[in-house]
Design a protein around this ligand. Structure first.
Ligand code: SF4
Length: 168
């Protein structure tokens, strides 16, 4: 039995709507292949987009891509290389807003897809908070399993940094 409490961060929340096996690997601290092309492309998009903003802001167990502030309003921005996994990215950003709210900080979120010139506003609704509460409980339960869920091929496997743990 895994005895540590899982530190739920944005990566885990994002992985949750993509692949339960990936959640287990992440929660157990299994490191992804850092030379994975998809990760490298993501880093490149991060580094070359919105250079004037405040990048990589740590908050609790999370790391926001960047934040903007204007007229007393805080905006948390998450940069993605494509909108292919927009739903999971939305949940990740909502998790950041929820963590901030729990600390008494109200903010809104923006998902940014610079290569597609697309922006999506994310507002923390009650429905999203309820969904996140369920996600946290399921992540904790997944992490307590002694073995990972079996690998099931999905549309994300081809570019997944954990592919060698599933199909290698
Ligand atoms: S390779 Fe596929 S099954 Fe394995 S962790 Fe990645 S997305 Fe999940």
């Amino acid at each position: 039995m895994f005895s540590e409490l899982v530190k739920v961060n944005g990566y885990l929340v994002q992985a949750f709507s993509i692949c339960r096996r990936q959640v287990w690997l992440l929660a157990r601290g299994v490191t992804a292949e850092q030379s994975n092309e998809s990760l490298a492309l993501g880093r490149l998009v991060d580094q070359n987009s919105y250079a004037r903003e405040r990048h990589q802001v740590g908050f609790g167990d999370n790391k926001f891509d960047f934040v903007q502030g204007a007229d007393g309003e805080l905006v948390v921005c998450e940069v993605k290389k494509s909108s292919r996994a927009e739903r999971s990215a939305r949940l990740q950003l909502a998790h950041y807003l929820y963590d901030l709210q729990k600390a008494g900080i109200e903010a809104r979120g923006v998902l940014m897809f610079p290569t597609e010139k697309k922006r999506v506003e994310v507002e923390l609704t009650d429905a999203l908070k309820a969904e996140l509460d369920c996600v946290y409980a399921e992540i904790e339960s997944l992490a307590q399993r002694n073995v990972p869920p079996p690998a099931e091929h999905c549309k994300y496997c081809g570019k997944c940094a954990y592919a060698e743990y599933c199909w290698g």
